[in-house]
Design a protein around this ligand. Sequence first.
Ligand SMILES: [Fe+2]
Length: 195
Amino acid sequence: MTAVLPPSFLPRSLHGDRRRWHDGPTPVSLGDLTALTRQVAAEVVAGVHDVEVDPTNRWSRRLHADPHLDVWLISWTTEQAAELHDHGGSIGALTVVQGELTEWRWSAGRDDDHLATAEELVARGPGLRRRTLTAGSGAAFPLGHVHDVSNRRTDAAVSVHAYSPPLSAMSYYAVERGTLTRTRSELVEPGASPE
Ligand SMILES: [Fe+2]
């Protein structure tokens, strides 16, 4: 473990935030994780953390680990991607530092889908929804969030990810005839690069 983050980084929820335990089996909230990844992204921009780029294998470095969360710095060259996956019993967030990442996330649709036109339904789901994450923007991953992330641009992308509790298992998925199907589940070794 490399403890490079100052004590002030401790999530607000560890100090009595009312979101404590609300977002998952952790005292850290999605808001905490989003704020933390933004803070560390600013540190990366300021040159606090070195970034490497590996065109063969996606490069990552764990910046912090404790019983509640871990923080990762990841670089993505063109077409480097994660498979469609969830994060087991962990919640998470990411902030893009530079470049651009494309996220495809599974959407289950909405309660009022019966009021939508056929064209609107296609846009509502269930299905995969794409969003583009540019530098300074990010995404939060509640429990059950299924997504893949990739770099579709020619320039390398860099992102900061945080997970709480630290990732311990992930499941992988395929979409077949519009249905999300889990294909396998794997344990994540402590300290193994996340997705
Ligand atoms: Fe992920």
